[in-house]
Every structure is written in structure tokens, then in C-alpha cells.
Design a protein around this ligand. Structure first.
Ligand code: UD1
Ligand code: UDP
Length: 360
């Protein structure tokens, strides 16, 4: 049987969630070595996902932690390179668009190890976003590009990338399909917070554009403070720091909670009346769960959600936020634009075909 040795690099919350279904599928056929860069390190940003989603413990924990982009990415590069020299993998797998993604891809590419990018081809076309730089650069050094949507395939073609591109569906649809019933059966978060289904909103905010500018953060919170519903707000550590540093108080209807585990988050989102977010993953999950989404940004990579009417881009305009909370009521179908929850199998097959094609 074909033996392929894969080093998977993860480091931030959404990457733990994405790696859970893929790691399971990879390990059924190949050898996987899991590297955690340490980009996210609070227990509720990291350990909780390993425990809940039964992700195997990392083989290497690089303990990089927080810092400026250069400090963080540079430290990751040095430490990932050491691991790669030691482990000698056939392939390095990276997820999404964080600094851990770019560092994993660049360290591997410089050692002439093929890179596989899960969630390739996404574009917001806004290069002021650190994520956009990470995506573009990672795609351009990748040998295998696993695209969640046809839009992503087209984006790559426009940049001249055609080789190694595979339309696999979205790995987050796998994660959601695998965990949704479990979340509904086991999570007690609504009871603990005293929430009635469809009687509240969920808010998440963590993007640099919204947290690093106190005026934007105030505008978002001011707008949700005007709404006549409870707003559950799992606060990302970056946002917690920004609120404290700028002395921004939360409106009375906002229920601030710690970052949630994935199962509680799924339950919270699934029963919400509407979701307000600047997260990439949360926009997609809102669509998959059939909950209208109000995106606190001017652009999105997940254009299908907007085109199908389930998501609206409002930036941080209070009037637009309030109007959307009151009126956004999508009626259109939700075709399976993010695949059928079987991306992991497609990715594992594509990895096999790649190495068989190379005669290994
Ligand atoms: C990162 C990603 C972003 C992704 C997000 C997912 C980059 C450039 N950004 O943003 O694309 O959407 O993860 O959640 O890679 N902090 C803690 N504890 C932690 C982690 C972070 O306190 O466990 C605080 C630190 O003050 C840190 C700040 O949050 O400086 C930002 O963390 P960082 O990992 O740099 O970026 P995120 O905003 O989390
Ligand atoms: N998420 C979670 N708990 C939270 C907030 C988000 O489990 O308190 C999950 C969410 O359901 C999604 C992923 O984290 O699966 C999205 O991560 P995040 O918003 O941090 O990053 P992004 O997707 O914007 O890169």
C-alpha cells in the first residue's frame, strides 16, 4: 500500500476544527504528524477543541504564542523548519489563512517539500487584511490546492494557478455534519444562559479591522445595544484586550461569555434568530445551519452566502446593522454550495492520486 507521511500544521481555533475530520480520514490511510504552532494557547481557544473533537494530541507543540506578524511568523518558520528536517515528510498540509498557514507553507516550500492547502483559492480582494496576504502567498507555493467552491477554483485560474487544483468541497461542512446532532443532544448552553430558541442573537468579533480601531468596535456594540433582544457574545481574547484597553463598556442586553467550545457554539448558532459576525467560518456555518447572517465587514470570501441572500455585508454602520437585524429574512433555498460533508474523503483521495502519479 502507498505510504505517505504527512505533516499537518495547525495553530489557531478554526484550524483545530478543520483538522478534526481530515486528521481522522488521513490517519486511516497515511501517517500523520501533527504540529501545533501555539498561535492560540488559552485553553478555551485550543485544548477544548482537542478534547471535544478527539483530535490526537500534537506530536510537536512549538509554543510560539503571540507577537507582531513578523515575530510570530518568523518564530514559526524557524521552529517548523526544524520539525520538517527531523520528520522528513512527503507532504505538508496547511489550513486556511492564518500566520500558522503561511509559516507552514513557506517553511515546507523552501525545503522543496510539496505543500497541500486546504481552503485554497479564497479571496476577499482586500490586501489590507493579513489573511488575504497569507492566502495568496500560500496558494502560490502550494502543489495541491483543495478548493471548497467553484469560485475558489476560478480565483486561482485568474492568478494562473491551474495545476494541482482540486474542487473537494468544504472541510467545515464535514465538521458541522459530524458534530451537529451531538451538539443538539449534549449541549446545555441555552439552558445555562437562560435563552429561548430564536429569542436571541449571536455576535462574534475578532478581525483586526474591527478590534484595532476602537471607533469601529464601539459602533458595532452601540448598534447591538439598540436591539430589543439578548445578544450572546463569545469574546475572542483579542477583542477582550481591545475592550479593556479602550475602556469600552458592553450594553446591557449583551451577554458576554468566554470563547465557546465547538459543540456549544454550534448549539448557540443553530438556535439563534440571527448571527452577527466578522468571522469567516461563522458566516459559512450560519448558511449551513440556515440562520440569517449579518457580516460586520465590507468584503467576504464566502460570496455564495451573500449571492443566495443568507448573508449581508453591513460593515460597521449602526443603521445598516440595526436594519439587517430587524429585516433580513432570507427565503431562498440553500443549495449545497459548500459540498456534501465529504471533503475529507476527496482530499485523502487526491493526495493518494498525487503520489501515485509521481510513482511513489
Ligand atoms: C488569528 C488569525 C485570523 C483568524 C483568527 C481565528 C492571523 C494573522 N490571524 O487572529 O485570521 O481569523 O486567528 O480566531 O493569523 N490571544 C490570547 N490568547 C490566545 C490567542 C490570542 O490572549 O490563545 C490574544 C493575544 O493578545 C494576541 C491576540 O489575541 O496578540 C491576537 O492573536 P493572533 O493569534 O495574533 O491573531 P487572532 O486575532 O487570533
Ligand atoms: N467558534 C467556536 N467558539 C467561539 C467562536 C467560534 O467554536 O466562541 C468556531 C466557529 O463555530 C467556527 C470557528 O470557530 O467553526 C471560526 O473561527 P474564528 O471565528 O475564530 O476564525 P475565522 O473563521 O474567522 O478564521
Amino acid at each position: 500500500m502507498l505510504r505517505v507521511r504527512v505533516v499537518s500544521v495547525v495553530g489557531a481555533r478554526p484550524q483545530f476544527i478543520k483538522c478534526a475530520p481530515l486528521s481522522r480520514a488521513l490517519r486511516a490511510r497515511y501517517d500523520e504528524v501533527l504540529v501545533h504552532t501555539g498561535q492560540h494557547y488559552d485553553p478555551e481557544m485550543s485544548d477544548v477543541f482537542f478534547e471535544e473533537l478527539r483530535i490526537p494530541p500534537p506530536d510537536h507543540h512549538l509554543g510560539v504564542g503571540s507577537g507582531s506578524h513578523a515575530e510570530q511568523t518568523g518564530a514559526m518558520l524557524v521552529r517548523i523548519e526544524r520539525v520538517l528536517l527531523d520528520e522528513r515528510p512527503d507532504l505538508v498540509l496547511v489550513y486556511g489563512d492564518t500566520n500558522s498557514t503561511l509559516a507552514g507553507a513557506l517553511a515546507a516550500a523552501k525545503l522543496a517539500i510539496p505543500v497541500a492547502h486546504v481552503e485554497a483559492g479564497l479571496r476577499s480582494f482586500d490586501r489590507t487584511m493579513p489573511e488575504e496576504l497569507n492566502r495568496v502567498l500560500t496558494d502560490h507555493v502550494s502543489a495541491l490546492l483543495f478548493c471548497p467552491t467553484p469560485t475558489a477554483v476560478q480565483n486561482l485560474a485568474r492568478e494562473g494557478i491551474r495545476e494541482g487544483v482540486r474542487l473537494t468541497g468544504d472541510i467545515m461542512a464535514d465538521a458541522l455534519a459530524f458534530n451537529r446532532d451531538l451538539a443538539d443532544a449534549t449541549s446545555t448552553v441555552l439552558e445555562r444562559l437562560g435563552l429561548a430558541p430564536e429569542g436571541y442573537l449571536v455576535l462574534t468579533v475578532h478581525r483586526a479591522s474591527n478590534t484595532d480601531d476602537p471607533e469601529r468596535l464601539k459602533a458595532i456594540l452601540g448598534a447591538v445595544g439598540e436591539v430589543d433582544l439578548s445578544v450572546v457574545f463569545p469574546v475572542h481574547p483579542r477583542t477582550r484586550h481591545a475592550l479593556a484597553q479602550n475602556g469600552i463598556a458592553l450594553p446591557e442586553n449583551v451577554i458576554a461569555v468566554e470563547p465557546q467550545g465547538y459543540l456549544d457554539m454550534l448549539r448557540l448558532m443553530g438556535a439563534a434568530r440571527r448571527i452577527l459576525t466578522d468571522s469567516g467560518g461563522v458566516q459559512k456555518e450560519a448558511y449551513l445551519l440556515g440562520v440569517p447572517c449579518i457580516t460586520l465587514r465590507d468584503t467576504t470570501e464566502w460570496v455564495e452566502t451573500v449571492e443566495l441572500g443568507w448573508n449581508v455585508l453591513v460593515g460597521v454602520s449602526p443603521a445598516a446593522i440595526i436594519a439587517a437585524v430587524e429585516r433580513l429574512a432570507p427565503t431562498r433555498e440553500r443549495p449545497p454550495v459548500y459540498g456534501d460533508g465529504r471533503a475529507a474523503g476527496a482530499i485523502v483521495d487526491a493526495i493518494g492520486a498525487y503520489f501515485e502519479g509521481r510513482g511513489e
